[in-house]
Design a protein around this ligand. Structure first.
Ligand code: PXP
Length: 246
């Protein structure tokens, strides 16, 4: 059976580890290629204004390697220029950004940002880039996506992922399902992301219709470490085994 739901892997945390030493490894490009070889449909990378993990050279390398790249970015003139002239990814996902946050905390307030969206979304689209807005599953936000001509919304699944009770989780799933129905009825593609892991993906997929793509980062990279750390230790021990110290 063919799989219709696409997976975009967010590789920001590979760059986080690299930046901890300002080294060349682990390489986000190599990680991206492994993700694609394993069956992922695309790669997401967030070029933050503070460049805390992914660097300009990373998104350029990912794009030049011919990977299907979804570049996450803030709605700023600098980022629109980098995306539309230097990187030219297949898609851009516009997200809010705060310097102090650990990760993207909320969705973009598309209602408050409508003027900027009307200004910058056409620039991205004219560069051949599909535009997605990372928003809460609220009808007013989705209306703004339609107004500015975004082809996709990425529904923020963070409130669902962080729900502390079954009733809260059910309420968040209901919001996501209604948001997905509404966006789909307007002809907008529906993606989802943030906080999706190996447990909560099941209720999410059972409840939310019309999903085109999930963007998942932290849980996949966390599992990659746990699946790979043993093999990495074996490799190092192999290099140490013949040492006699004399
Ligand atoms: N989608 C968007 C727009 C994000 O900002 C993030 C986090 O960088 C993700 C998806 C991935 O979230 P997570 O790392 O929690 O899977």
């Amino acid at each position: 059976m063919t799989r219709t739901l696409k997976l975009g892997v967010n590789i920001d945390h590979v760059a986080t580890v690299r930046q901890a030493r300002l080294a060349s490894q682990p390489s986000p490009l190599e990680a991206a290629q492994l993700c694609i070889a394993a069956g992922a449909d695309g790669i997401t990378a967030h070029l933050r204004e503070d460049r805390r993990h992914i660097q300009d050279a990373d998104v350029i390398a990912l794009s030049q390697a011919g990977l299907r790249l979804n570049m996450e970015m803030a709605l700023t003139e600098e980022m629109v220029r980098i995306a539309s002239t230097l990187v030219r990814p297949q898609s851009c996902c516009l997200v809010p950004e705060k310097r102090q946050e650990l990760t993207t905390e909320g969705g973009l307030d598309a209602v408050a940002s409508l003027d900027k969206l009307l200004r910058w979304v056409p620039v991205l689209k004219n560069a051949g880039i599909a535009v997605s807005l990372f928003i809460a599953p609220d009808f007013a936000q989705i209306d703004c996506a339609r107004q500015c001509g975004a082809e996709f919304v990425e529904l923020h699944t963070g409130s669902f992922a962080n729900a502390v009770s079954a009733s809260e989780q059910a309420a968040e799933l209901d919001r996501l399902a209604k948001g997905a129905e509404y966006a789909h009825s307007l002809g907008i593609g529906v993606n989802a992301g943030h906080g999706i892991d190996y447990e909560n993906i099941k209720p999410l997929l059972a409840a939310v219709p019309h999903l085109h793509e999930l963007n998942i980062g932290h849980s996949i990279i966390a599992r990659a470490i746990m699946k790979g750390v043993g093999a990495a230790v074996v490799d190092m021990l192999e290099l140490m085994k013949d040492y006699k110290g004399e």
